[in-house]
Ligand binder design. Structure first.
Ligand code: GAR
Length: 227
């Protein structure tokens, strides 16, 4: 029996690559619907490159500094992606703004992970700003990419509590653990066709169920048990 063709995925990184790592690990499962077929880093020294290579994933370094314009960089990126027959892109800590043409070309075929519960805290320093505004719940979001930064239909979110005494680092670590769980799951849903975009909204074809809310701070025990 012939195996179902897996969606060919390109992962864009700029640094540590821990989300890329989570995607690579998830894609090792025989029934995972996506194959990580290429990793591209725009930074020659990105730490993630090593892990990808160790896992026999083709890696290309396309250093943005060797191009005079954003368009030229985007073009080189597109050429590499076309050559590797990439069908879906995952930005994983990719710290480079992409041009409008590139983003339109990959419309509904490019995912990003952001360390906040969008639309709150778009941009940089999300954990510092979450702590400054004293929110009690933080989290992360996987969304389709649009030209406007950190915009686009949301595929999945995970919420974590903000704890007393948290620093941007401790909160960031808690959010990052959740990132590593939702990104592979979001990619699975998109690659399998379980979610689709209609207009600017996500349509989910799988069953969803009610879950317990996350309380932060936690409820007192007797309150939690009230029917
Ligand atoms: C992750 O926390 C990711 O959500 C964030 O950069 C980090 C990359 O870590 N991305 C953004 O802030 C994009 N706006 P990683 O390289 O270990 O995956």
């Amino acid at each position: 029996m012939s195996k179902a063709k897996k969606t060919q995925v390109g992962v864009l990184i700029s640094g540590r690559g821990s989300n890329m790592q989570a995607l690579i690990e998830a894609a090792k499962a025989p029934d995972y619907p996506a194959e990580i077929a290429l990793v591209i880093s725009n930074r020659p020294k990105a730490k993630g490159i090593e892990f990808a290579k160790e896992n026999n994933i083709p890696v290309q370094i396309i250093d943005h500094k060797s191009f005079e314009t954003r368009d030229e960089f985007d073009k080189a990126l597109n050429e590499a992606l076309a050559k590797a027959n990439i069908e879906l892109l995952c930005n994983a800590g990719f710290k480079r703004l992409l041009g409008k043409e590139f983003v339109e070309k990959w419309r509904n075929k490019q995912l990003n992970i952001h360390p906040s519960l969008l639309p709150a805290f778009k941009g940089l320093n999300t954990h510092e700003r979450a702590l400054d505004t004293d929110v009690k719940i933080a989290g992360c979001t996987v969304h389709f990419v649009r030209f406007e930064m950190d915009e686009g239909p949301i595929v999945a979110q995970a919420a974590v509590p903000v704890l007393q005494g948290d620093t941007p680092e401790t909160l960031g670590d808690r959010v990052l653990k959740a990132e590593h769980q939702i990104y592979p799951e979001a990619l699975r849903k998109v690659a399998s066709g379980e979610v689709k975009i209609a207009g600017e909204r996500l349509v989910e074809t799988s069953n969803q169920s009610e879950q317990e809310p996350l309380f932060s701070p936690p409820l007192e025990k007797n309150q939690a048990e009230t029917p």
